[in-house]
Ligand binder design. Structure first.
Ligand SMILES: *Cc1c(COP(=O)(O)O)cnc(C)c1O
Length: 394
């Protein structure tokens, strides 16, 4: 195999001196976990998405766990969601002793098909957990309506969707306001902004927010910040079973710098997505992703559906041989060994579209530091490798 001519990764976080300075400031301050930086990050994140409350935690998986507990999901309950997501979406339901009920995705996208939700609801359904997959808002209008008409809480897995927007009553609003009961975000490096690891819960409910704050630090009644500042001796107590799901101040300080960069990062990503749409047009059988008119993605990932019958792995390898990294489509939890045991999940209807999307799509590189010239090069390479793999059409 000859040397690859390019070296384009799938993603690259935007990190620099500003983040280094922020961490330095925190280290020298002597307060390094769940302190003033976490409080400031929460305030700034709440302001950015327009949420009444934001609570920082260690990652989005722990955020989702607390969200499900807050709405009362417990052993024997069911939660309606998709299999077609990162495995954490389904795992957190099982952490609560509940059963994930998987429904299929839409015909032309990677989000839950709202038409299938009602048929999956039973007397045991305790929550709907929708995902804004790859940063693309799911159909919250329809799903929120189902949630309220059935009296079932709605939790949004917005892990990928920081900065994505939805048209709501004629106004563009950020995801996380939230439009369901609770929204959960991730700051893993594969997302649009990062704190190394990190997560955030947003809600309009002060009761939920109070639960998150209690549970994220061992169920401790009085946080360290309060005891530290007190002129009186305080003994804390532990009224409920909690967890250690804290975010550190080192992470929060990075997060605050990342939030400042976010508008620029998203503008760059949207421009790159537009360039992709232009350069990928007219490749026979290829289907680039598209926004519904009521959604604005942050383009956390750019996932294209390959022409029918094309071998996903061969295309990915041919691109990698040219130095272009790609990833396969979003996974399906129900196809993994961790979900082989009977009782680990239930499938409502079938998951044909979810399975087709996993094996029939690929994600192309997209990160803010890329240029339109790289998009053009990637698109041309994809066009070439698809043409080479399809001699019958020439
Ligand atoms: C990344 C991701 C998660 C998990 O986020 P972590 O912060 O890594 O725990 C959950 N759900 C979806 C859809 C994701 O993409």
């Amino acid at each position: 195999m000859s040397e690859a001519t390019h070296n384009i990764p799938i993603a690259k976080p935007v990190l620099g001196e500003r983040e280094v300075d922020a961490v330095r400031r925190v280290v020298l301050s002597g307060w390094v976990t769940q302190g003033p930086e976490v409080a400031a990050f929460e305030e700034e994140f709440a302001e950015y998405v327009g949420a009444p409350h934001a609570c920082a935690v260690s990652n989005c998986t722990t955020a989702l766990h607390l969200a499900l507990l807050a709405v009362g999901v417990g052993p024997g309950d069911e939660v309606v969601t998709v299999s077609h997501s990162f495995v954490a979406t389904a795992n957190v339901i099982r952490y609560c002793g509940a059963v994930p009920v998987f429904v299929d995705i839409e015909p032309n996208g990677f989000n839950i098909d709202p038409d299938l939700i009602e048929g999956a609801i039973t007397g045991r359904t305790k929550a709907i957990l929708c995902v804004h997959q790859l940063g693309m808002p799911c159909d919250l209008h329809r799903i929120a309506q189902l949630s309220s008409s059935h009296g079932i809480p709605l939790i949004e897995d917005a892990a990928c969707a920081t900065g994505s927007e939805i048209l709501w009553d004629g106004t563009w609003e950020k995801l996380g306001k939230p439009h369901g009961d609770i929204a959960c975000f991730s700051f893993h490096p594969r997302k649009v902004v990062t704190t190394g690891d990190g997560g955030m819960l947003t809600t309009a409910s002060p009761e939920y927010d109070a639960k998150f704050r209690l549970w994220r630090q061992h169920g401790m009644s009085v946080p360290d910040t309060v005891r530290h500042g007190s002129k009186q001796v305080i003994f804390e107590d532990y009224p409920e079973l909690g967890f250690n799901y804290r975010m550190t101040d080192l992470q929060a300080a990075i997060g605050r710098e990342q939030l400042k960069r976010l508008p620029e990062i998203i503008a760059a990503r949207r421009q790159l997505a537009r360039a992709y749409a232009e350069y990928l047009a007219n490749i026979p059988g290829l289907r680039p992703p598209a926004e519904p008119e009521w959604a604005r993605s942050n383009w956390q990932s750019y996932c294209v559906a390959l022409p029918p019958g094309v071998d996903q792995r061969e295309i990915m390898q041919a691109l990698l041989d040219r130095g272009i990294s790609t990833r396969r489509g979003v996974m399906n939890a129900h196809l993994e060994a961790a979900y082989a045991a009977p009782g680990s999940h239930r499938i409502a209807g079938d998951l044909r579209r979810s399975e087709a999307a996993q094996s029939g799509t690929i994600m192309l590189p997209l990160f803010a530091q890329m240029g339109a010239d790289e998009v053009s090069l990637i698109a041309q390479s994809l066009r070439d490798v698809l043409a080479a793999g399809r001699p019958a059409l020439h």
